[in-house]
Design a protein. Structure first.
Length: 230
């Protein structure tokens, strides 16, 4: 099996549900079952997510997706949002990431953000196994942070982050997510409360801190993923 198929399948699960998704759930399950890098625990968690998607109608899946990833910033799939917020630095980081994608002839549609995790996973699917693992390790801290938040919320989507951590080399990703401190989940689930919870939780990525928290030392370095692939 091509190792890249798993990254593409995980990307599909983290993408906004479309009308075609129910038709491909069995195919996604077959991809996960064939990847020996995944533990039985990972495959079980992914199967539970797939079963839940099978049982929902499309509108319910869309609503659950929005509630999970778009309501507040703690579980946002836009990676640089956790590092730069809406600051000017995020724009330059996006440009750098686009250039990295173009080394593999990956061009995005006008509606795709380069730092959207499903897009980054599509990029990983174009790399060999070693390169993909190295690139995934560059964002592992963010994968852990988002995954821990979803685990605390008992979201079935945490399964995707558990699988990603396994692919990054973690031996016990489910335990890691359960024990790791994620962004606080307030009892008040209003948009304002969830956003404030994210603001209270600093997130580091390659030495940069959340724009809402002062850095430990001044640095002008732009946040980038690992160097370009030749």
């Amino acid at each position: 099996m091509n190792p890249g198929h798993t990254y593409r399948a995980l990307s599909a699960l983290l993408s906004y549900p479309g009308a075609a998704l129910p038709e491909h759930l069995d195919e996604l399950e077959q991809v996960f079952a064939a990847d020996k890098r995944l533990h039985i625990e990972d495959r079980g968690a992914l199967t539970a997510l797939l079963d839940e998607l099978r049982q929902r109608d499309l509108m319910d899946s869309e609503s659950a997706y929005i509630d999970t990833f778009d309501r507040g910033s703690a579980a946002s799939l836009n990676l640089f949002e956790h590092v730069h917020g809406d600051s000017r630095d995020r724009g330059q980081a996006m440009v750098d990431l686009l250039e990295l994608y173009r080394t593999k002839d990956l061009e995005l549609s006008v509606r795709d953000l380069p730092d959207h995790l499903p897009v980054f996973l599509e990029f990983l699917s174009l790399l060999d196994e070693t390169e993909a693992k190295q690139q995934l390790q560059e964002i592992q801290h963010l994968v852990e942070t988002i995954g821990a938040t979803l685990t605390r919320r008992a979201s079935p989507y945490a399964a995707v982050f558990q699988a990603l951590l396994r692919l990054a080399g973690e031996k016990h990703p489910g335990q890691l997510l359960a024990n790791r401190e994620g962004a606080p989940v307030p009892e008040d689930t209003s948009l304002e409360a969830i956003d404030q919870a994210w603001l209270d939780q600093p997130v580091d990525f390659l030495g940069a801190c959340s724009p809402n928290h002062a850095p430990k030392k001044k640095s002008e370095q732009v946040i980038k993923f690992q160097g370009r692939v030749a």
